[in-house]
Write a protein that binds this ligand. Structure first.
Ligand SMILES: [Zn+2]
Length: 562
């Protein structure tokens, strides 16, 4: 799973406007970009350290994360890991046993979930079989049905010494099976059959009987197959749901399991961090790193834009083309450099606002063939983030353009010394000012982390996930069953060809550089604040700095420093 963070003011990440003034107006991202000691603007970061008896450092951390929401901050944990070093045997043993307990819980959960997956696959196989049978009825394929009747039903009607099955009487009437195939449902009168097929009365009598039996079997079999099919569909749905439930249930366990690392499992970065620490003391017991993101709107009325630009609930839609292309989808500098699957292709019906897999030709809701090419990032933003934003969830407000963003890096270690144990904690607090579109990128990043964890669980369960959810997977496995991927008709084939031609033209014309009329008309490069000297420095940054000092002073007070 991904451990990288899409940093503010660093690469890969959202550039700081101070470092690249050409970005001013397109978005706002201003903060302390240099590490402590180098950074000059002291009021936008603070670096606090505290050492005390075991438990005291942790309680500082908890006081802070409980206090922040009271001040209106929306708090998210962006990353966490804990390393345990084997130098402290007791602590090590305790951690190992906790980890083993987690492991066995996960294994039990996985076994049940894997059983549900296996059942699901088995039933899916059965359901395909019944679907096939039902299709013979649907298409009135008498030939196949009659063959099934001859081979699977009639063949068992022979009595000892009395061969009466069609296959058994072929020696007497070589054409009897072919004749049986030619019968219609209404052919039950031996005389009429004899005349119609030009055969002997004796053979016609047998055929009339067989045809009556066939008709009866056909009715019973159709009813049974339909019932079985419906039952299986219900069961498959139920299994699908329980697989989802197992996943939800396992998520926190797996997240905790992955977060806890023992000495030998360290990634390079962690190894460096802990070794530096351990080299000094030789007595470290654990190292724990937590990254907190918190944000809240900058509420000051003077910056409110006139109501003229209102689009939906937003003053300006936070998901604009610039952010989408430069900060999200760009494979080198965008969020997609960390989460490449954000660039996966999707089809989109603008009328129904629905997303489909890329090979979809027709909207499943309205039947429209005017589908647009979009990316998976679009789907997450439009389907999950924007609606939550409009509902004013996640500390977001569609009426606000600017947010303060706290990035808190917490590093906690345990140390054993001659007289006992000590806990040490460092808070590296930084405050940024972000425009709403830059914040959107950070929220998308948190969403990506969550999706990666889900994908990891799916991989453990043996579900091939890629960028799809399970329901989509089912649909793709049994397209005919869910009736959503029909064979292409002549028209659809034509449309597909037409679309490909149009697309190739569009991409051809895109390559030709045309003067951008938009930028000629609007000199201003973007809707966001770009008056660096006056408004940004004097208003935005000063305002944010006071909020950071509230955090700093709160921690200092808790540490006993007045
Ligand atoms: Zn549609």
């Amino acid at each position: 799973m991904v451990e990288k963070i899409f940093e503010l003011g660093k690469k890969p990440g959202i550039p700081d406007n101070g470092g690249d003034p050409s970005t001013l107006g397109k978005f706002l991202c201003i903060g302390p970009t240099e590490p402590p000691g180098i950074e000059e603007t002291q009021n936008r970061y603070s670096n606090l350290n505290f050492t005390g008896p075991p438990g005291t450092a942790s309680s500082l951390y908890f006081s802070l994360v409980y206090q922040l929401p009271k001040w209106g901050w929306h708090v998210e944990k962006a990353d966490e890991w804990i390393e345990v070093s084997p130098t402290h045997k007791e602590y090590w043993d305790r951690t190992v046993s906790t980890k083993q307990m987690l492991e066995s819980t996960i294994k039990t959960g996985l076994t049940s979930a894997a059983q549900a997956v296996a059942d699901f696959e088995l039933m899916s196989h059965d359901i395909r079989k019944y679907k096939e049978i039902l299709s013979y009825f649907q298409e009135k394929d008498e030939h196949v049905l009659k063959s099934m009747f001859i081979d699977q039903v009639d063949v068992h009607t022979d009595l000892p010494g009395q061969p009466i099955a069609l296959r058994s009487v072929v020696s007497r009437w070589p054409t009897i099976i072919a004749d049986f195939m030619r019968l219609e449902d209404e052919d039950i009168d031996p005389d009429k059959i004899a005349k119609k097929l030009d055969i002997s009365k004796a053979e016609a009598v047998i055929l009339a009987t067989k045809n009556r039996l066939y008709k009866k079997w056909k009715d019973l079999f159709r009813k049974a197959a339909k019932e079985r099919y419906e039952l299986l569909r219900g069961l498959v749905e139920a299994r699908r749901k329980s697989i989802k439930e197992y996943k939800e249930w396992l998520k926190p366990y797996i997240a905790r399991f992955k977060m806890t690392r023992l000495g030998g499992e360290r990634s390079h970065v962690r190894r460096e961090t802990l070794r530096t620490f351990a080299d000094i003391t030789g007595q470290s017991t654990f190292a724990n790193k937590i990254r907190i993101f918190a944000w809240k709107p900058m509420k000051f009325a003077e910056f409110r834009k006139p109501a003229a630009e209102i689009k939906g609930d937003f003053i300006i839609n936070p998901y604009d083309d610039y952010i989408r292309e430069k900060l999200i989808l760009d494979p080198v500098n965008g969020l997609a450099s960390i989460y490449p699957w954000l660039r996966n292709n999707r089809k989109y019906c603008p009328k129904c606002k629905e997303y489909y897999s890329f090979d979809t030709l027709k909207c499943k809701k309205c039947g429209s063939i005017r589908l647009e090419n979009k990316k998976y990032a679009d789907e997450i933003v439009e389907k999950e983030i924007i609606p939550a934003w409009k509902r004013r969830e996640l500390g977001l407000d569609p009426r606000e353009l600017y947010y303060m963003f706290l990035d808190i890096d917490v590093f906690r270690t345990g140390t054993r010394i001659q007289i006992g144990e000590l806990e040490d904690i460092t808070f590296y607090n930084r405050i940024f000012v972000l425009s709403q579109n830059a914040l959107l990128v950070k929220i998308l990043e948190l969403k990506c982390k969550d999706l990666e964890l889900e994908r990891y669980i799916d991989e453990m369960l043996g579900i091939k996930f890629e960028d799809k959810d399970i329901s989509e997977l089912v649909r793709e496995e049994f397209p005919e069953l869910f009736g959503e991927k029909e064979k292409l008709t002549g028209l659809q084939n034509y449309v597909k060809g037409l679309r490909e031609t149009i697309e190739s033209y569009v991409s051809f014309f895109k390559k030709i550089k045309l003067p951008k009329t938009r930028s000629l008309i609007f000199v201003k490069p973007g809707p966001y604040e770009r008056d660096f000297k006056e408004r940004i420095t004097k208003h935005f940054l000063k305002y944010a700095a006071t909020h950071l000092s509230a955090v700093t002073n709160f921690l200092l007070e808790k540490m006993g420093v007045e």
